[in-house]
Design a protein around this ligand. Sequence first.
Ligand code: CA
Length: 226
Amino acid sequence: MKVLLVEDEVKLAQSLEKGLKAEGFAVDRAEDGLRGLEIALGCRHDAVILDVMLPFMDGFEVMTRIRQQRCKVPIILLTARGSLEDRIKGLDLGADDYLPKPFEFRELMARLRAVMRRPPSEPQLALRVADLELDVGRRELRRAGVVVPLRAKELALMELFMRRKGLVLSRSMILDHVWPSDSDYGDASNLVDVYVAQLRKKIDAGRDPKLLQTLRGIGYVLRDPA
Ligand code: CA
């Protein structure tokens, strides 16, 4: 799952980025409104965390323009404490939620999870494919009822595969969703291969049927044999 963070307070942005990464999110960052808008309009993020007071273009304007482009990405606004007007304006303009500064990181996480599970096409909290079950809120994967311990990046990969079960995902598609856009990956396809191999070992080794399959030269697919 990929998040765009638009925040000009560098220290805050860095600490949020660190926290989000630890929770398994890929993070793209922008430090002013114009750049944030430019990145957001690619509409490739699962959520946007958007500060209101930003250089060049404020968060309200950024959000208005994102909505004008019919990009339905969930947006959480970071507003100044006590500014009721800002909050009402934000919600009127199409924010999914707002968070007054300063806030606790875990509160941001709770709201982020809430807005990300809100889209009508994906209302469920648990994703199921065959005997795999991913509890999205608790970040816990089970196969046949047994917990499979996964690291943050593996969880993000698993969630991507489960949300798109039966669909072939190319390496670049996987990179795009699970890793930040501006990373220097070195050999990117190799990186995806390594992570998918680790994930497969954890979910499929010693178990049948094999769910995570390779299509040589094309990509990967998580199949439900039923
Ligand atoms: Ca600011």
